[in-house]
Design a protein around this ligand. Sequence first.
Ligand code: THU
Length: 132
Amino acid sequence: MKQSEIIAQLRENMSRAYAPYSKFHVGSVIRSTDGQYYNGCNVENAAYPLGVCAEGGAISAMIQNGSREIAEIYVMGDGDALVTPCGGCRQKIREFANANTQIHICGPEGLRKTFTIEDLLPFSFGPDNLNK
Ligand code: THU
């Protein structure tokens, strides 16, 4: 997929968000290291803490389809501030990231900034701690 196509897909994923409470729509796309693409959007709940982030949805889709490693994950949301993943999502991404995994933060107009997991979650706890 070209980056312009990924940006278009992110807009589509954002539009599918179920966010009646925050009204903050987020879309995500993962490209796994085996070349597959997975989509996610945030899905809120009337029991507020049960809402899931766009990144979590894309990770679930990736695992269900048999991929295990994230080459790139894109996140798109509105507003001037960077829509960087929440703390919980950083840990979820960490589980399936490698040192080169690119975390691309986008606004509706396109790519804004790219991070590694080490940038966003330094000194992280991960599978290696459990020798898995
Ligand atoms: N949200 C995401 O889906 N991903 C992020 O990276 C930031 C926040 C969602 C959670 C909630 O549904 C809404 O945005 C407002 O926090």
